[in-house]
Design a protein around this ligand. Structure first.
Ligand code: R5P
Length: 292
């Protein structure tokens, strides 16, 4: 019990000094709740404003993708170098040690695989996300997919509602069907739809032309997926251009875990995203680290 007799009257009230009211460093997220900001600040560095998320959720639609056959052998050694890990609950519980304390972007929608028709998805239970200490909930949004556009946008809105109840922010992931073109027009439309429906962060693809149109037309941070494996120099160039043109980070998988030297590649991507390394500098760093 506090002892009332020894309670000393306070006198340092800073009269005349206005209370500091800090802003928030992430675009479009100034008005969200404290818990959400705390979670986003674990994913995005308040210093650089950027993030390197390591994605290895591919198995939920693709099975044992190359590089993810044994996640304990290939991904666990990478964990310490990632700002955030993006995965499914099954792999998280069965393989990922809970001792790394990395923020988790939880794959929150599931439902079909590459063997049938993608994006026919439902959502997990939000209490499951709380149990797993998720910092971000991620679901696919298939804008332009005649069969699943409405379903996946409904999933996104429901995910945002559920996450908001527990202070967990949402990541809208633009799923681009084979028949759709990944150009700035489509990507800005799909990403904007995610943001308008409440996503706090949007994950989409980089496009060679007018990517700035995508980052400028979406009011929240954009992170880019890496897509299919590219030569390392090209992947670093893509990351550089995306950041230079307004992306807040990468959520990259195959270009890291399918690299000849995944740790070196992850460190080189970090140098681009957090330290502004140019592609040549980053590639040189990659080669040096690879040969050590
Ligand atoms: C898409 O949402 C996938 O599940 C991956 O998380 C995403 O594509 C990032 O991985 P990658 O860089 O291999 O494309």
């Amino acid at each position: 019990m506090p002892d009332n007799d020894s309670n000393v009257q306070g006198k340092n009230y800073g009269i005349g000094i206005p209370q500091k009211t800090e802003g928030y460093f992430l675009k479009g997220n100034a008005h969200i709740d404290w818990g959400m900001k705390d979670r986003l600040s674990r994913i995005f560095s308040p210093k650089s404003g950027h993030t390197v998320m390591l994605a290895f959720d591919h198995g939920y639609i693709m099975g044992p993708t190359s590089g993810l056959e044994r996640i304990d052998l290939t991904i666990t050694p990478l964990l310490e170098y990632a700002d955030c890990i993006m995965c499914c609950r099954g792999i998280l519980r069965s393989v990922i040690p809970p001792t790394y304390n990395k923020p988790i972007s939880l794959r929150y929608s599931a439902g079909s695989t590459i063997l049938t028709y993608l994006n026919d998805e439902c959502l997990l239970d939000v209490e499951e996300a709380v149990r797993l200490n998720a910092s971000l909930l991620a679901c696919m949004v298939a804008v332009g997919d005649p069969k699943h556009e409405a379903l996946t946008i409904r999933n996104l809105t429901k995910m945002v509602d559920l996450g908001t109840r527990y202070g967990i922010p949402s990541l809208g992931v633009t799923a681009v069907g084979k028949e759709l073109v990944r150009d700035a027009r489509y990507l800005s439309l799909a990403s904007r739809v995610c943001a308008e429906n409440g996503a706090h962060v949007v994950k989409t693809y980089y496009c060679e032309e007018n990517f700035e149109q995508v980052t400028n037309s979406v009011p929240v941070p954009i992170v880019i997926a890496g897509g299919k494996k590219l030569p390392e120099r090209d992947a670093l160039e893509m990351a550089y251009r995306a950041i230079d043109q307004g992306a807040a980070g990468v959520d990259m998988g195959r270009n890291i875990f399918q690299s000849d030297a995944p740790i070196a590649m992850l460190k080189a991507v970090r140098a681009v995203v957090h330290e502004g390394f140019k592609p040549d500098q980053a590639f040189e760093l990659y080669q040096t680290l690879k040969n050590q």
